[in-house]
Write a protein that binds this ligand. Structure first.
Ligand SMILES: C[S@@+](CC[C@H](N)C(=O)[O-])C[C@H]1O[C@@H](n2cnc3c(N)ncnc32)[C@H](O)[C@@H]1O
Length: 227
């Protein structure tokens, strides 16, 4: 992964809570954030006493490198958001500029926690489809804006292998959103659901209290069935 090819953009704890319907009881679980990038979910969760490990290939870079990349790409992302503003619902955020300020707040929280979190093993430079964790080392996996969203870039085989790997690591997986960057449902939803059911995993598509990108208002919850 090259630093000049990444475009860091991170969401907050509040957004994760709403994307994944996280309850007080969920937050007591051992959580793994997959593709957390510069989101502040880990920083804010840790500060509140919860247990989160985040994995992302961008964690190979230092805080200084990521900070520079964030400031180098920020204006371009904001310009793109202005161009595509009608792809989003502007109820939780007033406009692109307020969204930009919230994202910067999240990324600054991440940056201020990052080096310490790395030392504590909370930010690990790993990537799907294979992860270096033992079986069932987490209770709950959260995957925000990676699987399904990048259906044009990541193959069906990649999705199947990744979800198989995540179900080896944890009893429950939640994935949001279920649409791709085109705004249409991911073409992999049916095949992934069928594959999970065939492997004894219950599949639920659940509406959530978060609807920013138009059409993105459901998560997939995968739970290992205990017979
Ligand atoms: C759109 S960002 C989402 C960041 C964060 N989850 C959020 O919702 O704010 C997608 C993230 O997935 C990471 N990523 C890309 N390929 C990955 C892979 N194979 N395994 C894990 N993470 C990956 C990227 O580096 C990036 O940080």
């Amino acid at each position: 992964m090259k630093l000049n090819e990444i475009v860091p953009w991170g969401r907050t704890f509040d957004e994760y809570q709403r994307m994944f319907n996280l309850t007080a009881s969920d937050l007591t679980k051992r959580m793994l954030g997959v593709g957390d990038g510069p989101a502040s979910f880990n920083a804010e969760s840790t500060a509140a006493g919860h247990s989160v490990v985040s994995i992302d290939p961008v964690y190979v870079f230092s805080a200084k490198e990521l900070e520079k990349r964030i400031s180098d790409t920020y204006e371009t992302v904001i310009e793109q958001m202005h161009k595509n503003a009608d792809h989003y619902n502007w109820s939780a955020f007033q406009d692109v500029d307020q969204l930009g300020r919230e994202r910067m707040k999240a990324m600054n929280l991440f940056l201020s926690d990052y080096e310490q979190g790395k030392q504590q093993g909370r930010y690990l430079s790993n990537q799907l489809p294979k992860l270096p964790f033992t079986n069932q080392s987490f209770d709950l996996v959260l995957c925000s804006h990676l699987l399904f969203l990048y259906s044009e870039q990541l193959s069906e085989a990649f999705h199947l292998e990744s979800i198989h790997e995540l179900s080896r690591i944890a009893g429950e997986i939640r994935i949001f959103p279920l649409i791709s960057l085109t705004g249409k449902p991911s073409p992999y939803l049916d095949r992934v659901s069928a594959d999970c059911r065939a492997n004894g995993i219950q599949v639920d598509i659940i509406p959530v209290d978060y609807h920013f990108q138009k059409g993105a208002y459901q998560m997939m919850r995968l739970t290992k069935r205990v017979d």
